[in-house]
Design a protein around this ligand. Structure first.
Ligand SMILES: Nc1ncnc2c1ncn2[C@@H]1O[C@H](COP(=O)(O)OP(=O)(O)OP(=O)(O)O)[C@@H](O)[C@H]1O
Length: 311
C-alpha cells in the first residue's frame, strides 16, 4: 500500500500501488483490502472508505517538474467531457489551485465558449504561445483560438499532434495542475498526449447508459495500457429533475458508471445531474462551477475527490 489519506470530507482514501497489475487483479486486491478492513474491530468506525490505484513509481525518481497533467477523456463524443473539463478546472481553481486548461479537442474545440474567451487571441513570445487568462481563475489555450471561427479543422493526424504539442509546450508559468480536454475516443491526439507528455493521471467521463459505459471501459483500457493511472470515473447526465414539476427521472439510467468503476477497481469521483441550467449557463460562457448552489457543489465535490486521490 502506498499510503492512507484522510480528506477534508472525512473520507479515508487508501492508495494502492498497483502498477503492472491488470484490472481483475486490481479488483481482487481491492476486494481483499476492503474485506480485511471489514473484519477489523467493528467498533472502529472508519466512515467512507475509498480506494485509489496508482501506477508504481521508482522510489528514487526525481520529483516531476512542471504542472501535474490531468487528462480528461471519454470513450465517445457528446457525454459532456468538455463541460466536465472546464468545470473541474474552475472548481480546482476555487480551491486555491493554480490551474491551466488545454483544449486538445482539436476537431471540436469548445473551451473558448465555455470559459467566455471567444474573442481572446493568445500572444506568442519567440514562437511559444502564452495562454489567455479567463475570468474564472483558469488560464487556457485552445485550437479554437488559433483558427478562424467556424472553420472546421480538417487536419490529418500528424498536424493535429503538432498542434497539440504547441498547446502543451506553451508558457504555462507557475501552475499546479494542467487539465487536458482530450478529443473523444482513442486516436492520434490521445496517443501523442500519452507518449509525449505522460499525464499524471486520467479522469474518464461517461453517461450512465450501457453503450456509453462500454466505450468508457475501452478508454480506461487505453490509458491503462499506456501506464497512465486512471484517477477516477465521473458519471455525467445522471438523473433529471424537471424544472417545472420537480419530479426526478433517469432518462439514461443512473449509477451505471459508479458500478462499472467499482467493478474495475477505480475510484468513482461523483455524478453530475442532467440539468438544463448546466447547458444554458455553459453555452453562455458561465461555467456552473463558478456559481453557487447544488450544481456548483457537485463540481466542487469532484475536485475534492480528485485532489484526495492524487495529493
Ligand atoms: N450535465 C449536463 N446537463 C445538461 N447538459 C449537459 C450536461 N453535460 C453536458 N451537457 C451539454 O451536452 C452537450 C455536449 O457536451 P460537451 O460538449 O461537454 O460534450 P463532449 O463529450 O465534450 O462532446 P464532444 O465529444 O462533441 O466534444 C453540450 O451542449 C453541453 O452543454
Amino acid at each position: 500500500m502506498a499510503g492512507v489519506r484522510v480528506g477534508a470530507t472525512g473520507a479515508v482514501t487508501l492508495v494502492l500501488e498497483t502498477g503492472g497489475m491488470d484490472a481483475p487483479a486490481r479488483g481482487a486486491l481491492e476486494r481483499d483490502v476492503r474485506a480485511a478492513l471489514a473484519d477489523m474491530d467493528p467498533g472502529l468506525d472508519l466512515g467512507e472508505i475509498r480506494v485509489a490505484h496508482m501506477a508504481e513509481r521508482s522510489g528514487d525518481a526525481p520529483a516531476p517538474k512542471g504542472p501535474r497533467l490531468i487528462a480528461v477523456g471519454s470513450g465517445k463524443g457528446g457525454v459532456g467531457k468538455s463541460t466536465l473539463s472546464a468545470n473541474l478546472a474552475v472548481a480546482l481553481a476555487r480551491k486555491g489551485r493554480r490551474v491551466g486548461l488545454v483544449d486538445a479537442d482539436i476537431y471540436g474545440p469548445s473551451q473558448p465558449r465555455l470559459l467566455a474567451a471567444e474573442g481572446m487571441k493568445p500572444k506568442a513570445r519567440e514562437k511559444q504561445l502564452i495562454p489567455v487568462d479567463t475570468a474564472f481563475g483558469v488560464s487556457m489555450l485552445s485550437m479554437g483560438q488559433l483558427v478562424e471561427p467556424g472553420k472546421a479543422i480538417a487536419w490529418r493526424g500528424p498536424m493535429a499532434a503538432g498542434a497539440l504539442t504547441q498547446l502543451m509546450e506553451a508558457d504555462w508559468g507557475d501552475i499546479d495542475d494542467l487539465v487536458i480536454d482530450l478529443p473523444p475516443g482513442t486516436g492520434d491526439v490521445q496517443l501523442t498526449m500519452i507518449q509525449k507528455f505522460k499525464p499524471a493521471g486520467a479522469v474518464i467521463v461517461s453517461t450512465p447508459q450501457d453503450l456509453a459505459l462500454i466505450d468508457a471501459t475501452r478508454a480506461i483500457a487505453f490509458f491503462e495500457k499506456a501506464d497512465v493511472p486512471v484517477l477516477g470515473v465521473v458519471e455525467n447526465m445522471a438523473g433529471y429533475v424537471c424544472p417545472h414539476c420537480g419530479e426526478a427521472s433517469d432518462p439514461f439510467g443512473t449509477g451505471g458508471a459508479e458500478a462499472e468503476a467499482k467493478r474495475l477497481g477505480y475510484p468513482f469521483l461523483g455524478r453530475i445531474p442532467l440539468a438544463i441550467d448546466i447547458r444554458t449557463a455553459s453555452d453562455a460562457g458561465r461555467p456552473p462551477a463558478a456559481g453557487e448552489g447544488a450544481i456548483a457543489d457537485s463540481f466542487a465535490g469532484l475536485a475534492d475527490r480528485l485532489l484526495e486521490g492524487v495529493r
